[in-house]
Design a protein around this ligand. Structure first.
Ligand code: AMP
Length: 214
């Protein structure tokens, strides 16, 4: 089965965690714009230097930069095998650009209320060395402040601070992403699932959707 999937949902809905599981289950590649951009910032590439200010403020990086990044990533894939796009598209302009590059079979929206988004993201920590994600409430590390996998230090992403989180939700999700959700709904590829509950419960809901495509 080849499925070209776009993952949608507010930050903190568990897109990353669920996408990792889905990659293992479907054996298809995943393209994560947030990770690619963070790597560019860390490596101080041209793209990273341009993207950094927007990211620190919790704003979207300009479309032309992100679209160029996705174009390059998709050109390196054998799209016949399918893929998961995680973090792209984020607005209607990016969705139109994507349409020129590939078709989409499923737009999977993992939904979560605003208060829960803020609660989850404020408790999120990331290993500064290997970038593994933890949550102080749901998935705490074995030793406080230390990564289980590589012993690196756990830090809070600058855009996971509560005021920036609220802005990411209100602007990036409510304002920019809603027209996008509507456009996928009109194309009949949108499926919404409830993002509340445990990681396993949410993944089971996703598998139910995926099975209906087989
Ligand atoms: P994320 O890890 O997906 O929450 O992304 C972190 C940050 O990277 C966002 O707050 C944006 O500043 C930027 N970013 C990620 N994906 C995109 C995108 N598709 N378009 C514009 N900016 C993006």
């Amino acid at each position: 089965m080849s499925l070209r999937i776009v993952l949608l949902g507010p930050p903190g809905a568990g897109k990353g965690t669920q996408a990792e599981r889905l990659v293992q289950h479907l054996k298809i590649p995943r393209i994560v714009t947030g990770d690619l951009l963070r790597a560019a910032v860390k490596n101080k590439t041209d793209l990273g230097q341009k993207a950094q200010t927007y990211m620190n403020r919790g704003e979207l990086v300009p479309d032309e930069l992100v679209v160029a990044l996705i174009r390059e990533q998709l050109s390196q894939l054998n799209s016949q095998r399918g893929f998961i796009l995680d973090g792209f598209p984020r607005n209607i302009q990016q969705a139109s650009a994507l349409e020129q590059l590939t078709e989409i079979d499923l737009a999977l929206l993992i939904d979560l209320p605003r208060e829960e988004v803020i609660r989850r993201l404020s408790a999120r920590r990331m290993c500064e060395r290997c970038e593994r994600i933890y949550n102080l409430v749901y998935q705490p590390p074995k030793r406080e402040g230390i990564c289980d996998a590589c012993q690196g230090l756990l830090v809070q992403r600058s855009d996971d601070k509560p005021d920036v989180v609220a802005k990411r939700y209100d602007i990036q999700y409510n304002q920019d992403a809603q027209p996008l959700v509507e456009s996928y709904r009109k194309r009949s590829v949108l499926v919404t699932i409830d993002g509340e509950g445990t990681i396993e419960e949410v993944f089971e809901r996703i598998l139910r959707v995926i099975r209906s495509y087989k």
